[in-house]
Design a protein. Structure first.
Length: 155
């Protein structure tokens, strides 16, 4: 997406965009930071949920969706230095996922032997599945459902 398209989508002039974001990389970093901030806020909100089982499944679904969306940003991100933008998420999101996991395991909503690292790897793998219909259902949603079934306690 060009800077002109961004300005048009935001309903502002190109000059306004460049006053706030002197380079395209700065604009991309700001968008990415905001996306991560909203994701982290959602994680924190879910940690406080009264329903740990629903919270873990909601968060894992969101995690797979956010990770799937990052592919569309990859080229643009390579132009920006995102190390600083990623730092809060690298710290906050695993803590939130860990809290969600412990709470979900306490109510037997998810297998006791599952770790944060395994959940992260699974959601990243699911995010790579194309979201094209397979047999009338979106493929990524179907794969996520199968993964969730495997994460639930057996018996």
């Amino acid at each position: 997406m060009s800077t002109e398209e961004v300005a048009r989508a935001a309903g502002v002039g190109i000059g306004t965009v460049f006053r706030h974001f002197p380079t395209k990389a700065a604009l991309i970093e700001a968008v990415f930071r905001e996306r991560l901030r909203r994701f982290a806020e959602e994680a924190d909100r879910l940690v406080e949920s009264d329903d740990p089982a629903a919270a873990i499944w909601t968060f894992l679904t969101l995690m797979a969706e956010v990770a799937a969306g990052k592919d569309a940003w990859t080229d643009a991100f390579t132009a920006a230095d995102l190390h600083e933008a990623l730092t809060p998420a690298r710290e906050q999101l695993p803590r939130a996922l860990g809290a969600l996991l412990v709470r979900a395991q306490a109510v037997n909503a998810i297998r006791q032997d599952v770790t944060v690292s395994e959940l992260t790897a699974l959601m990243l793998a699911v995010s790579r599945v194309p979201d094209q219909p397979a047999d009338g259902a979106p493929l990524r949603a179907r794969v996520l459902s199968i993964v969730f079934d495997g994460l639930r306690p057996q018996g």
